[in-house]
Design a protein around this ligand. Structure first.
Ligand code: ATP
Ligand code: MG
Length: 392
């Protein structure tokens, strides 16, 4: 029996040119994500994308990957049959055996896009329904409250039979929402922020600040591992690692301790914005949420943003930790995030950080530093690592 995946597209309210961009990006993303488990034939016809496995393709792995592709509202596994009532009925009986054996009430819905097919939709539904009643004594028809709706589609080139569609990842296809630099640590929050922005179609360039010798290679590895999980949703990425110890040492050495964190965060913004320019990114993304720690008060955020020439997106700003944790479990990053490796921020933590820093005082403290050359050295010292989705 030939099995395929059928996708219904998301946010189809998008019209005109946008709609073409959306569909083109989605097709490209699907082809790219399925290539490692393929071959698959991916095509768009009659407002549905169909994914057909070729020889040796791993169909289960493909279903799992499709679940994580943004832009898909629902999808169904379907069986392809010949366009005769005999084949369609036989396929419905066989293909949906696990679902139909387990329930009592069903109905059949038919969509007939091939208007030359001899039977009309209600007649097709009635005939398939009769075949199912014959085969399954446990079943009766209930058109108002079915446990399972059996769907038949009569297309130009063949017919499909499938059951209840599954919920897709929603959102819009990655690549249609521009490109942004993602400030990623090894914590719980930034991978969730990444997922949220990828869901809005944003392509990500992750930037990670590492502080060897204070932070270990293992801590950097952890960030790459987290990104591999995120890449299952966000697609492949190029992670940029920035050597940050020199900046931190300078601040520690030359500035009042209470401003350490805010000054460090201003450097992160500047350096990320420089990298964003090189990488053609139009915004920065962080995993901050209001009031979570001293550097995430409204005043501290204002002082931080003053150093960024680009808009800073903070998708978690209004979320509780428990809400963030529940997304991180869903996207499978939580277990990695809680591994106890040091981050550059935790290595140097002031005892009494300023929760309401004044911009003038921070600018004054910053005058002790050669900001431009520190930023330049960080940008020049960056390393690039290719990140592809962890195979499932
Ligand atoms: P997270 O769970 O993402 O680490 P957090 O709640 O621990 O966030 P902070 O450690 O203050 O908060 O970091 C706030 C944000 O700053 C992070 O979400 C991330 O976007 C950015 N950030 C922090 N540390 C780094 C780092 N080493 N490299 C890149 N970005 C970082
Ligand atoms: Mg952190």
């Amino acid at each position: 029996m030939q099995e395929v995946i059928l996708l219904k597209l998301g946010e189809i309210v998008l019209k005109g040119l946008n709609r073409n961009t959306f569909e083109g990006a989605l097709l490209k993303n699907i082809r790219r994500r399925l290539a490692p488990v393929g071959p698959f034939d991916v095509r768009f016809a009659q407002s549905t994308i169909s994914i057909t496995p070729g020889p040796g393709a791993d169909f289960e792995a493909a279903v799992d990957r499709v679940r994580k592709i943004f832009g898909v509202i629902t999808f169904s596994r379907a069986c392809v049959t010949e366009k005769t009532m005999e084949s369609v009925c036989a396929a419905a009986v066989e293909y949906l055996r696990p679902q139909l054996s387990a329930v009592r009430a069903f109905k059949v819905e038919t969509k007939r896009s091939d208007k030359k097919f001899p039977l009309k939709s209600p007649e097709i539904s009635a005939e398939v329904g009769a075949a199912l009643l014959d085969a399954y004594p446990n079943l009766h028809v209930d058109v108002h409250n079915p446990d399972v709706t059996v769907r038949v589609e009569i297309r130009d080139f063949g017919a499909y039979v499938h059951g209840e569609p599954e919920q897709g990842a929603g959102g819009i296809p990655v690549g249609t929402g521009g490109k942004a630099a993602l400030l990623i640590s090894g914590g719980i929050d930034s991978p969730v922020a990444a997922w949220m922005m990828a869901k809005r179609g944003v392509e990500l360039t992750p930037v990670h600040f590492a502080s060897p010798p204070y932070t270990s290679e293992r801590a950097e590895q952890k960030v790459a591992d987290l990104l591999r999980r995120v890449a299952a949703y966000a697609g492949r990425m190029y992670m940029i690692t920035v050597p940050f110890a020199r900046v931190q040492e300078e601040i520690l050495d030359k500035c009042p301790e209470e401003y350490f964190t805010i000054l460090m965060r201003r450097f992160m913004m500047r350096i990320s914005a420089e990298i964003a320019k090189i990488e053609d990114c139009a915004a920065l993304i962080t995993g901050e949420s209001l009031g979570q720690v001293a550097s995430q008060t409204m005043q501290a955020i204002a002082v931080t943003d003053e150093a960024s020439p680009l808009p800073v997106f903070r998708p978690l700003i209004g979320m509780d930790k428990s809400e963030i944790v529940s997304i991180s479990r869903k996207i499978d990053t939580y277990d990695l995030s809680v591994l106890p490796y040091e981050d550059c921020c935790t290595v140097f933590t002031p005892r009494h950080p300023r929760t309401r820093p004044e911009l003038a005082a921070v600018l004054e403290a910053e005058r002790a530093l050669d900001v431009e050359s520190l930023v330049r050295a960080c940008v020049e010292g960056r390393r690039v690592t290719k990140i592809t989705a962890e195979s499932v």
